[in-house]
Design a binder for this molecule. Structure first.
Ligand code: ADP
Ligand code: MG
Length: 679
């Protein structure tokens, strides 16, 4: 086994880890020896020198010699295992919670003197040590300092320290992968030394140390190299150039607005991609309401005019319908458009699939159904994916492969995220931003109100309705229980129904798709004035006539989430309002957060601030994205290292480096395990 194979081998290869312990580690997602290295000590334990039992101090960490006399392993599960021991005629019990009998017998063999460290208690007239931190044979050296780790259940400090020390002792010295310039930035610290050090440094010092930073850099460097590799691989595939006359001017004629500069720029670069010899793999990122749809529709028509099919995927059926009717209304009449969703009737579906294969359909709009196995295209030239921030690198890659070599990919996302996160999550794609909002937008006026002022809110809402406007009323999402959530949203609905009679609708998570689409359509058709819902109001749907959104328990949401919810209104040119309701008066911190929201309507600024206040894990949608999988790197704390790693990879790209020098680094750090597929 070479060094890399050893590091990536099963954790059970470590001396002292059997099957049971291996499983305990697996539960914490520690599968390989390499995985174990990144679990850092949380604090230190200072053991005393060996003390005579007569001199021990109760309640303190002590080290004593003793001899086990008898095992006492009760059959009742929740009772701890005990070992009766003796030290200079004084009896002392060693008590073990969550340790196996076999293990206890091994470390505390009867009638053999051993050395033990742990906190001494005096309980029912007897000394005892619970879960000793260290157990050694009488002739072994004791460790004066031990590390405390956030332990997996069932692993004692003693056992964990034995394991990690064994791993660190056997840690191989890997060939350096960093070049001299970079190495110098981290005081020429070697990988191995860095790891040894972060396990021995004072825990308060770890995060600030160069040792730690070098390791963060390694992780980020590997990540960006991998992204770059995927990007290059996709680009390298030659496709036929798409030749077309830009449909933009004609399409825009029928709409009563002018494109923003950012929209124009996005269209231009996408056109260049379509015309180029290498494949497009581009992310179009723009805040809610920034007008991404029209940009993508222009791309679709241009691709179709070049003689290819376009496929447009959205996350929900209702959004598919909205895009479909937009396309029907505004796209040139010669474009043959169809819609395919999970709801399509069998006969329709069959017909659509046939025509698609024959090339009698140019433009297919739909949900995930578009990419099922049976769906065969005649000449697919462009895949557009809207509002998909929940796709990971791997899924994007699979999708891009499905389309075949001539197929370009355009992904659109409305989740405004700080730059460090953007480059992490979408590093495999080219990126275009739409920052500018359409000119006719008015700022959404944002208020906060205590819950007991609800009658004021109702009065306000009634006035807006009498001006022919529509209202969203968002009830809190109750994560623990669907049932409680449904009840609370139903109660609120009943309460509001008294005021709004039969002009009010309700959607929540337990409705089936048909019911919910029905209600959404009624709202869109203005048969309802007010829509009560949990946060499930679909992303991306355009409700141009809704101008008020009321959000209950607003303190339960992240700022970005509130911003996205707020973005459901204010899409037309009317004055719009967002009313944040709170149960009780706000803390200082909460006030600060709400003020950010009130003073800015720039999703990027809001998410940046949100991240600073709450940490990146909570940001909308990023729990699922895999970014949390970084072992050490943190987009807030290590922003400088993100930028450095990115710049280094760019430099290599410019030189045309094929990264072969970094293969080993990549193999070690490849979290998505896709490296084998792309090399
Ligand atoms: P998103 O980027 O969130 O997908 P949409 O594409 O749904 O935003 O656009 C939101 C609304 O803004 C739509 O009603 C759309 O017709 C309108 N819109 C798009 N571009 C412009 C523009 N340049 N000027 C005015 N309104 C626009
Ligand atoms: Mg959209």
């Amino acid at each position: 086994m070479n060094d890399h194979e050893y590091l990536l081998s099963n954790i059970q290869n470590i001396k002292g880890i059997g099957k049971k312990t291996g499983q305990l580690f697996k539960r914490k997602n520690i599968n390989t020896i390499f995985d174990l290295l990144w679990h850092l000590p949380t604090s230190k334990i200072e053991n005393s020198k060996v003390t005579n039992i007569g001199d021990i101090q109760i309640g303190k960490l002590q080290t004593i010699k003793l001899t086990p006399l008898k095992y006492n392993f009760p059959r009742i599960r929740r009772l701890p295992n005990r070992v009766v021991c003796q030290s200079n005629d004084i009896k002392i019990d060693c008590v073990f919670f969550n340790s196996y009998e076999g293990y206890i017998k091994k470390i505390l063999p009867l009638n053999t003197e051993i050395i033990i460290s742990g906190k001494i208690n005096f309980f029912r007239n007897k000394y005892q040590i619970t879960n000793p931190t260290q157990v050694k044979e009488s002739n072994e050296n004791i460790l004066e300092i031990q590390n405390k780790y956030s332990l997996t259940d069932g692993l004692t400090i003693n056992k964990y320290n034995i394991i990690i020390n064994e791993v660190l002792k056997e840690l191989p010295d890997l060939d350096e992968w960093l070049n001299d310039d970079i190495k110098k930035k981290f005081n020429n610290i070697k990988w191995k030394d860095a790891i040894l050090k972060i396990h021995s440094l004072d825990t308060k010092e770890i995060l600030k140390s160069k040792y730690y930073k070098r390791l963060v850099f390694d992780e980020l460097f590997a990540h960006f190299l991998l992204s770059s590799k995927i990007r290059t691989k996709i680009k390298k595939i030659k496709k036929s150039q798409k030749i077309f006359k830009d449909c933009k001017e004609k399409l825009i004629q029928d709409l009563n607005f002018k494109l923003t500069n950012d929209q124009e720029a996005a269209i231009k670069i996408i056109n260049e991609d379509l015309k180029s010899k290498s494949r497009m793999f581009r992310l179009l990122q723009g805040d809610v309401g920034s007008g991404k749809t029209i940009v993508s529709m222009i791309a679709a028509v241009n691709c179709i005019n070049a003689g290819y099919q376009t496929s447009y995927m959205v996350p929900t059926e209702i959004l598919a319908k909205q895009h479909f009717s937009f396309a029907k209304k505004y796209l040139p009449k010669n474009v043959k458009i169809e819609m395919l969703t999970g709801k399509s009737k069998y006969a329709d579906r069959k017909k659509i699939l046939e025509n698609l294969k024959l090339g009698k359909i140019d433009f297919l709009i739909g949900t995930h159904a578009l990419f099922q196995k049976k769906v065969e295209y005649n000449k697919l030239g462009l895949i557009i994916i809207d509002e998909q921030h929940k796709f990971g690198v791997r899924q994007r890659k699979e999708l891009s492969e499905k389309g075949g070599n001539n197929c370009d990919v355009l992904v659109m996302s409305a989740t405004p995220i700080p730059r460090t996160m953007m480059m992490t999550v979408y590093g495999d794609m080219d990126l275009t931003l739409i920052k500018e909002k359409p000119k006719n937008r008015k700022k959404i006026v944002t208020y906060s109100k205590l819950e007991d002022k609800i009658s004021e809110i109702i009065r306000f809402v009634k006035k807006e309705i009498s001006n022919k406007n529509q209202i969203f009323w968002v009830c809190p999402l109750i994560e623990e229980s669907k049932k409680v959530e449904q009840q609370s949203v139903v109660n609120k609905f009943k309460y509001l129904e008294k005021y709004f009679k039969n002009r009010i609708g309700l959607i929540h998570g337990s409705l089936d798709k048909d019911e919910r689409n029905n209600i959404l359509n009624n709202f869109l058709d203005r048969k309802l004035d007010i829509l009560v819902s949990t946060t499930v109001i679909e992303v991306g749907i355009d409700f141009p006539n809704a101008n008020v959104i009321v959000i209950e328990n607003a303190d339960k949401y992240g700022l970005s989430q509130l911003h996205q919810l707020r973005g459901r209104v204010g899409r037309g040119s009317k004055e719009s309002y967002c009313i944040l309701m709170f149960k009780s008066s706000l803390s200082e911190n909460a006030k600060k957060r709400i003020n950010i929201l009130k003073s800015s309507d720039d999703g990027f600024i809001i998410s940046e601030e949100d991240m600073k206040l709450r940490g990146y894990g909570d940001l909308l949608g990023f729990k699922q994205s895999g970014i949390k999988n970084f072992r050490l790197a943190d987009p807030i704390l290590n922003e400088d290292l993100f930028l450095l790693a990115e710049a280094e990879v760019k430099k290599l790209e410019m030189k045309g480096d094929n990264f072969s020098k970094y293969n080993k680094l990549l193999k070690l750090y490849d979290r998505a395990s896709i490296i084998n597929e792309i090399t």
